[in-house]
Design a protein around this ligand. Structure first.
Ligand SMILES: NC(=O)c1ccc[n+]([C@@H]2O[C@H](COP(=O)([O-])OP(=O)(O)OC[C@H]3O[C@@H](n4cnc5c(N)ncnc54)[C@H](O)[C@@H]3O)[C@@H](O)[C@H]2O)c1
Length: 284
């Protein structure tokens, strides 16, 4: 810890922000995780992917290799102790350690409304959204500290940052990820670890299909999201790259909504007919 201006990390090549780094990414076979894996590889990282679906695992590695990047995929289920151990041990055995960790796996499905929910559905939400974030972080943290530090990026949801009437247990698990992130950052900053979260919303992926789910979506976006459009995995990946790289060297403990402005504009709706905002849906 010094007061030396040279503490600001030098960035030599702005097109290779993760050159020489090892990045571990869970759920890297599709959607946001795949976009993050591809962008990180493009920026020079050796990417290690945990993916439950063997076809997706193969496809993302092929796509990264075809683009000249370096990636390996491990077909595991990060909801299980065995899956986490297999992934983390394989990465540590080969790479010796990691510099960047992206905990991206998460799911709201199967959606069980709270009044129909039970211990089994609560356990499922816990396993797929929170348990593995703790387990994978725990498994890699020492290696990151030993390498002099690193960056942890946890992909959760804007639903962990606002009230989500649809499924409070899912929302609470995402909020747990956000607060785990903040607390981890406070605890390990002096060991060189930064930790930040991404509160995702409105992003077209296999899990959340806005396009085929809504026939008239093209006309709805103007009132739907403050930025007036659908989000794409690349929108998330760019923020993940910022948080993973030295671009964000003085940023830690934060949860950034990457949501097209839905959190900022919560409660207000744009009326394309009235050409103004309203918080009274009856006047839409
Ligand atoms: N897309 C959105 O708008 C949105 C909104 C809110 C939150 N999120 C969050 O963003 C993250 C990524 O979402 P997405 O939409 O890209 O999801 P997705 O389901 O489209 O992709 C997730 C990837 O993870 C893999 N995976 C799933 N379970 C796994 C497991 N147990 N072990 C290993 N791999 C597993 C899947 O096979 C898939 O390749 C999740 O945490 C999700 O909750 C997304």
């Amino acid at each position: 810890m010094t007061t030396d201006p040279s503490d600001v990390p030098q960035i030599d090549d702005w097109s290779r922000l993760l050159d020489g780094k090892v990045a571990a990414i869970t759920g890297g076979g599709a959607g946001i995780g795949a976009a993050i894996s591809e962008l990180f590889a493009e920026h020079g990282a050796a990417v290690e992917i945990a993916e439950i679906d063997a076809d997706r695992a193969r496809a993302v590695v092929d796509s990264i290799s075809a683009a000249g990047g370096t990636a390996r995929a491990h077909v595991v289920d990060v909801r299980t102790e065995g899956g986490v151990a297999e992934f983390c041990e394989a990465v540590l055995d080969t790479q010796g350690g990691i510099d960047v960790l992206v905990n991206n796996v998460g799911d709201y499905r199967p959606l069980v409304r709270f009044r129909e929910s039970d211990p089994e559905s609560w356990e499922a939400m816990y396993r797929v959204n929170f348990w593995h974030v703790v387990a994978v972080t725990r498994a890699f943290l020492d290696s990151m500290i030993e390498r002099g530090g690193g960056s942890i990026v946890n992909v959760h949801s804007v639903e962990g940052m606002r009230g989500f009437p649809g499924e409070p247990v899912y929302a609470a698990m995402k909020a747990a990820v956000a607060h785990f992130t903040t607390s981890l950052a406070a605890g390990y900053g002096r060991r060189g670890i930064r930790a930040n979260g991404i509160g995702t919303d409105l992003t077209q992926t296999p899990q959340v299909d806005y396009i085929s789910g809504y026939g008239e979506h093209e006309t709805l976006w103007e009132s739907w999201a403050p930025v007036g459009r659908l989000g794409w995995p690349a929108d998330q990946a760019r923020v993940a790259l910022f948080l993973a790289s030295d671009m964000s060297s003085f940023v830690t403990g934060h949860n950034i909504p990457v949501d097209g402005g839905t959190k900022a504009g919560g409660g207000w709706f744009y009326s394309p007919t009235a050409k103004r905002f309203t918080n009274r849906p009856t006047t839409l």
